[in-house]
Ligand binder design. Structure first.
Ligand code: GLY
Length: 160
């Protein structure tokens, strides 16, 4: 019998029917992490951020990449400027790419080697998600409908 054990960080952003927002991100699921490493998950603005007037966002993946861009807060600020949740995630990831300067973090084309995924919801209940690399998905749960998986938008397509 095949056994699939999901692991890693989980982010949840939620919007109630009346527009109230909330979010949480699990503590880092990174395996073999260095003792004392914090990661982005517990850093408000990095692994999660919620502004009741705008929306909520969070991240999974390479935490250091998210920290240098204050990813979740940046995504919320892009939504404040009028971007959709997915557009806000993509714009934030473009900044992550810009901020990824260390050679050991980039491939031969200058793209980040690691993946980072962002998820966002605005106060109208519109949702979106994006990752640096193709192949990520996120779950959408709406009252009265079965949960569904959505493909994340992405900046770079992984070779098959
Ligand atoms: N995103 C979780 C971590 O890097 O610690």
């Amino acid at each position: 019998t095949a056994f699939f054990r999901p692991d890693g960080t989980i982010h949840l952003s939620a919007c109630a029917g009346d527009g109230r927002l909330g979010c949480c991100t699990t503590t880092s699921g990174l395996f073999f992490k260095m003792a004392g490493r914090v990661g982005d998950s517990p850093l408000i603005g990095c692994g999660l951020y919620c502004d009741g007037e705008v929306g909520s966002a969070g991240a999974t993946g390479h935490g250091e990449s998210c920290i240098v861009t204050v990813g979740a807060h940046t995504a919320v600020e892009f939504m404040r400027q009028g971007l959709s949740p997915t557009e806000a995630c993509l714009a934030t990831l473009e900044r992550v790419v810009h901020n990824t300067r260390a050679d050991y973090l980039r491939d031969a084309q200058g793209r980040p080697r690691n993946n980072l995924a962002l998820y966002a919801v605005n106060r109208r209940g519109e949702v979106g998600g994006a990752s640096l690399w193709s192949g990520s998905r996120y779950a959408v749960c709406r009252a009265g409908s079965p949960p569904r998986l959505e493909d994340s938008s992405f900046l770079f397509k992984r070779d098959a």
